[in-house]
Design a protein around this ligand. Structure first.
Ligand code: C5P
Length: 207
């Protein structure tokens, strides 16, 4: 039986951490859909055409070790405005969402466009300052040089592009449970997400 948890929200709000923890807790598969857009953006930085890159994406492209850089993140949000790029990535995401045993997908349009019927939808947010500081700690912790104000400017620019685009803009689904992680510990945020999943499983009698 399939059971989809759709998790959306702006950059560095904690979606990745929450998604991995929910997937581990319930034994679901996890797809970080941002990686698809990052892989396309990375190929464009290497000279490819965005639409062709999206239509020919391979699993190898998804495992490149430089997908997490700020340059690739900006490139990802630029290719993500292109309707044909988004269309090329839909089937893969929907097939993953239907996998037996349950799936967690995190991104920007999972609850609104990719899986509008997902039984659980979460919208994870935090203030731009908190998100930038988290991303800055992650980057510097991984040995990247970065100034906090540059990371904040990057996050704000990417949010604006994601929210203002015509195709599948970042917006909470009407029936999403909102989790603001600004003042939550990781454990508290994960507990809130798991509680939302459990509540729905209980009402659906999902085993
Ligand atoms: O989640 P992550 O920060 O890795 O996403 C990188 C970019 O990919 C986002 O800024 C957004 O433009 C795009 N994206 C998207 N739809 C998704 C996931 C990511 O447009 N479902």
């Amino acid at each position: 039986m399939s059971f989809t948890v759709a998790i959306d929200g702006p950059a560095a709000a904690g979606k990745g951490t929450i998604s991995k923890a929910v997937a581990a807790e319930f034994g679901f598969g996890h797809l970080d859909t941002g990686l698809l857009y990052r892989a396309v953006g990375r190929k464009v930085l290497h000279g490819a055409s965005a639409i062709e890159a999206a239509e020919t994406l391979t699993t190898e492209d998804l495992t490149a070790d430089d997908l997490r850089t700020p340059e690739v993140a900006q490139a990802a949000s630029k290719v993500a405005v292109i309707a044909e790029v988004r269309a090329a990535l839909v089937d893969f995401q929907r097939a993953f969402a239907r996998r037996a045993g349950g799936a967690v997908l995190d991104g920007r349009d999972i609850g609104t466009v990719i899986c509008p019927k997902a039984p659980v939808k979460l919208y994870v947010t935090a203030s731009a300052e908190v998100r930038a500081e988290r991303r800055w700690k992650e980057l510097t912790g991984n040995g990247h040089e970065a100034a906090l104000e540059d990371v904040l400017a990057d996050v704000v620019a990417r949010d604006a592009r994601d929210r203002e685009r015509a195709e599948a803009p970042l917006v909470a689904a009407e029936d999403a449970v909102h989790i603001d992680t600004s003042d939550l510990t990781i454990d508290e945020a994960v507990a809130a997400a798991c509680a939302a999943v459990r509540a729905k499983q209980g009402s659906l009698n999902f085993e």
